[in-house]
Write a protein that binds this ligand. Structure first.
Ligand code: LMR
Length: 341
């Protein structure tokens, strides 16, 4: 009997020591000390997008590593909150994560206009280098007064123009047309510089606005155009890559600081996992979406020559002077450095 008790003691203590020595986060029902909770992640785009895939990866990681103690509910397609109310609901902690297009935050800080600076970044890598860098991080931290933390930048990609009136090949082709924008002073100025009008419309209302001719066109990533089928209601698309959709995952500070160490470790690692997937999928899904748009053949596609792109770049150059004071020469400098300019 004594012998049995001793071997039981040795067995359980060696299992205990093995668990303590492991660097792996607690998983599969272990998860000692992890708080039981439900976390909500709300966004406005479709499921087959980099943002949703990133959120899914986060969910899978957190749920599995917490042994089911943490549940992550994802609400895509503005099904919980949309462009108009997601920020306010994050401030109120009714939702714990949102990942909005950064240009939708320009009302809080004009430096969120960076993704709208014409032809600043050529690809995701350059945009990521900016937002992961010192200036980018400083901008993401600028909502702390509202009790909101900017955690990680997730890219979507370059935006392209669609419209219902004519093929767009030169700056003059935009004259007199009206475009929907995500919002912000820079996008508005960009269209007025080209003799066009603009209106900011929530993403959830965009398909109908295009279909009913409230606006003639819009700018978006291939992924958003394809997944929301904007090509069904737009006769022309010009591959421009002139501005970008870039997101950051934002959280409520009180929620974030309120988690105990074991819980936060899992959630933070989940965010890292989501970031990896969102960044990979931004490239994959935009490529796939462009092929799908071509295959569907609903919209006539114009691919600009380098000379034509140069015409747009020159026409939009005054935007930089116009916004230098508001956005900051230091931000321009950091963005140019990230872009290798
Ligand atoms: C849009 O409103 O067009 C996009 O910013 C939506 C999104 O979140 O990608």
């Amino acid at each position: 009997m004594k012998k049995f008790a001793l071997s039981l003691f040795l067995l359980t203590s060696s299992a205990f020591l093995a668990a303590c020595g492991s660097d792996e986060p607690a998983s599969g029902g272990g998860a000692d000390g992890v708080e039981e909770m439900t976390i909500k992640f709300s966004h406005v785009v479709a499921e087959n997008t980099p943002k949703h895939q990133g959120a899914l990866a986060m969910k899978e990681y957190i749920e599995s590593e917490s042994g089911g103690k943490i549940e992550v509910e994802i609400y895509p397609n503005s099904s919980l909150f949309g462009d108009q109310d997601e920020y306010q609901n994050l401030v109120s902690n009714n939702v714990q994560f949102i990942a909005p297009d950064l240009t939708k935050f320009v009302g809080n800080n004009p430096q969120f206009n960076v993704p709208a600076l014409p032809f600043m970044f050529e690809n995701d890598e350059e945009a990521i280098a900016f937002w992961d860098g010192e200036k980018g991080q400083e901008i993401l931290s600028s909502l702390e007064g509202d009790g909101v933390l900017g955690l990680k930048m997730w890219p979507n990609g370059g935006k392209h123009l669609t419209n219902n009136e004519r093929p767009i090949e030169s700056p003059d082709d935009l004259k007199g047309l009206k475009f929907r924008t995500q919002g912000g002073q820079v996008l508005e100025a960009l269209y007025s510089e080209l003799g066009a009008g603009s209106e900011s419309i929530p993403f959830s209302e965009l398909y109908t606005a295009l279909d009913q001719g409230v606006v003639d066109g819009q700018e978006n990533t291939f992924s958003n155009i394809e997944s929301k089928k904007f090509d069904e209601v737009q006769k022309y698309m010009t591959v421009m890559n002139h501005t970008r959709v870039d997101y950051a995952v934002f959280t409520n500070t009180e929620f974030w600081e309120g988690m105990n160490a074991e819980t936060k470790e899992i959630v933070e690692a989940g965010l890292e996992e989501g970031t990896k997937v969102a960044r990979e999928e931004a490239i994959n899904l935009n490529k796939e979406a462009y092929d799908l748009i071509k295959e569907r053949g609903e919209t006539e596609i114009t691919e600009l020559t380098p000379e034509q792109i140069e015409e747009f770049r020159t026409a939009l150059e005054p935007i930089y002077d116009e916004f230098e004071d508001e956005i900051g020469a230091d931000v321009y400098e950091a963005a140019r450095a990230a872009a290798g300019q």
